[in-house]
Design a protein around this ligand. Structure first.
Ligand SMILES: O=C(O)CCC(=O)C1=CC=C[C@@H](O)[C@@H]1C(=O)O
Ligand SMILES: [Mg+2]
Length: 320
């Protein structure tokens, strides 16, 4: 007998959390629980406001339609709603044992805050990710220069979320010594258009990684000068099969693939750590977003001191 249950969650985010120019106070989503005989599988469905095209209500409707088909003995057929397809397909992969248990919990620290706190946090780290583009480009360039100069073992991943005009990007680069730029592993989406980002990468020697561009219609994974990596956020992309296909294409084109968070709960993040160990071994993940939350959900992330909310605390919203 097949059974499916949907739970709704709300997790407070630390005050001041900003996602694409907006302050966000809490993260909302659904957990899917599938049961078939003694087997169980979980998945998370949590469209990310400002990044996902669908609302949570639309995702819930798509998941329920998929679950009704599955419960009646059918297979998984994608709905085209990325968060619904990801959550349902990963729950099925867990149920059937397709998603291996082994996980890679070492992730690249995501850094915010004032420069002094950053120095203390990054001393001894080989690799860290820093947001740029939130303040003046010149300030970002000076901070990157300071960090790379002061911490000679540090490499950086940067992310501008498409904030810069070509001129702003040049202002940033002007403040980073050409000799230090080799320690910038990549800069995600420096400019407002992919064409401008490509041109900036070639002009500055700072490699680009695609994130937002990879979710646009017409995007093709390909080897191109100045582009070194592809960021994959499964919650924004779609089913496990779509995620696997995207990773395979990128690897075949010689791009590094970084499995990255869409600010999932600890349950979703631990599944992404398992996905990374399975499909992108050796590529450091971008999953350091649990510290934005006030609690963990159902499954703990190893080493996190945040309180864990058990299934019993969740609100059941639907079952079949
Ligand atoms: O990729 C990482 O290292 C962490 C996740 C991360 O940076 C992001 C997650 C979700 C939305 C954005 O704020 C941001 C990104 O743009 O990649
Ligand atoms: Mg990004």
């Amino acid at each position: 007998m097949r059974r499916a249950t949907l739970y709704r969650y709300q997790l407070p985010l630390v005050p001041g959390t900003v996602l694409r120019d907006r302050r966000v106070a809490e993260r909302e989503g659904l957990l899917v629980q599938l049961r078939h005989g003694a087997a169980e599988g979980w998945g998370e469905v949590a469209p990310l406001p400002g990044f996902s095209a669908e609302t949570l209500a639309e995702a819930q409707a798509a998941v329920q339609a998929g679950l009704r088909v599955w419960q009646a003995g059918g297979g998984f057929s994608g709905s085209g709603v990325p968060s619904a397809d990801w959550g349902l397909s990963i729950a099925l992969a867990e149920l059937t044992g397709t998603l291996p248990e082994a996980a890679d919990f070492t992730t690249v620290p995501l850094c915010h805050g004032d420069p002094d706190a950053l120095f203390a946090r990054l001393a001894g780290q080989p690799l860290a990710k820093m947001k740029v583009g939130l303040y003046e480009a010149v300030r970002d360039g000076m901070l990157v220069q300071l960090l790379l100069e002061a911490l000679p073992d540090l490499h950086l991943r940067l992310d501008a979320n498409r904030s810069w005009t070509p001129e702003k990007a040049r202002q940033f680069a002007r403040y980073v010594d050409p000799a230090l730029r080799a320690r910038i592993a990549f800069l995600e989406e420096p400019c407002r258009t992919p064409q401008a980002s490509r041109a900036f990468a070639q002009e500055s020697g700072i490699p680009t990684a695609w994130d937002e561009s990879a979710r646009e219609a017409g995007f093709r994974v390909q080897a191109e000068p100045g582009v070194t990596a592809l960021v994959v956020k499964p919650m924004l992309l779609g089913s496990l099969a779509q995620v696997q296909a995207r990773i395979r294409e990128a690897q075949a084109a010689g791009l590094a693939v970084v499995i990255s968070s869409s600010v999932e709960s600890s349950l979703g993040l631990t599944q992404l750590a398992r996905l990374a160990a399975w499909l992108t071994p050796g590529s450091a993940t971008g999953l350091d977003t649990l510290s934005l939350m006030a609690a963990q959900l159902v499954r703990p992330w190893p080493g996190s001191a945040l309180p864990l909310r058990p299934v019993a605390d969740l609100q059941e919203v639907w079952s079949c």
